[in-house]
Design a protein around this ligand. Structure first.
Ligand code: CP
Ligand code: NVA
Length: 303
């Protein structure tokens, strides 16, 4: 029986802690096994990617395996072949499927019909691999998230929803500041609020006050390009700049999943400044995804 990784709560709290230990052993180079030897990962990208594509491909190779980049221009999925059929066929060739697409329901459908593990490489709803990398970055720089406050500034998007899922599973405090009309998913929020202190406010200063981690993302995500101008108006005042960072803890770190738009959601002085950890954050995509692949596809256990 295989397991998928579509959302952070697919792992229990104990499993997540073990997954971070495994990822950290990969980050430091202590892990030298090749659990993907002889195995292949299919990577379906219905949207653009730099980090996800390169980190999965390199990660699979470092674990002894091989990855195939599949874009809708090249595979029959782009010409209307059903997701279910694609899932069944790929399962006869490969040992795991990573997919980045629009509707989250498409990833769920792929997972339903695939006979191999499916990994969510971003949907309109969630971006769980990125938030795993962000959590590893917090562990690396702040020693962990216990007793820490994380602030999210901007759009209640796929990243925000995955942060809420992380707070739900791990129990840290999360304060989101989103403009009206750009709130996170209400169901994901309501579930998390039963388990952790997760609040949504309108004022970025209120969310950032006392935070140990300040996080933001683009105002218009992939697929929302035509909303760019309206969103730029709605998000006025939500730029993470030096003034806003000064409301956080003095040693707070700044995170951004990238790609970033300097002068929009973040000022250059912050993303290129001393508190920014965005390059480690990007690197950590490699380590956490290697841990996920080792567990899902390579028989590595989580305790
Ligand atoms: N952060 C992230 O997922 O980047 P890419 O879109 O480049 O994969
Ligand atoms: N919210 C962004 C994240 C990109 C990695 C998007 O979906 O485009």
């Amino acid at each position: 029986m295989h397991r998928d990784f579509l959302a952070i709560p697919d792992f229990s709290r104990a499993e997540l802690l073990a997954l971070f230990d495994l990822a950290e052993s990969m980050r430091t180079g202590r892990y030298t096994r090749k659990p993907l030897a002889g195995k292949s990962l299919a990577m379906i990208f219905m949207k653009s990617s730099t980090r996800t594509r390169v980190s999965f491909e390199v990660g699979a190779w470092q674990l002894g395996g091989h990855a195939l980049f599949l874009s809708p221009r090249d595979i029959q999925l782009g010409r209307g072949e059903p997701i279910a059929d694609t899932a069944r066929v790929l399962s006869r060739y490969v040992d795991g499927i990573m997919i980045r697409t629009f509707a989250h329901s498409e990833v769920e459908e792929l997972a339903r019909y695939a006979e191999v593990p499916v990994i969510n490489g971003l949907t309109d709803l969630l971006h769980p691999c990125q938030v795993l990398a962000d959590l590893l970055t917090i562990r690396q720089h702040l020693g962990g998230w216990e007793g820490k406050k994380v602030a999210w500034i901007g759009d209640g998007n796929n990243m925000a929803n995955s942060w809420i899922n992380a707070a739900y599973r791990l129990g840290f405090e999360l304060a989101l500041a989103c403009p009206e009309g750009y709130d996170p998913d209400p169901g994901i929020l309501a579930r998390a609020q039963q388990e952790a202190k997760v609040t949504v406010v309108r004022d970025p200063v209120e969310a950032v006050r006392g935070a140990h981690v300040v996080n933001t993302d683009v105002w218009a995500s992939m697929g929302q390009e035509e909303e760019q101008a309206a969103r730029a108006r709605a998000f006025a005042g939500y730029t993470v700049d030096r003034r806003l960072m000064s409301c956080a803890q003095p040693n707070a770190i700044f995170l951004h999943c990238l790609p970033a738009h300097r002068g929009e959601e973040v000022a250059a002085e912050v993303i290129d400044g001393a508190q920014s950890r965005v390059w480690d954050e990007a690197e950590n995509r490699l380590h956490v995804q290697k841990a996920v692949m080792a567990v899902l596809m390579g028989g590595e256990s989580l305790g």
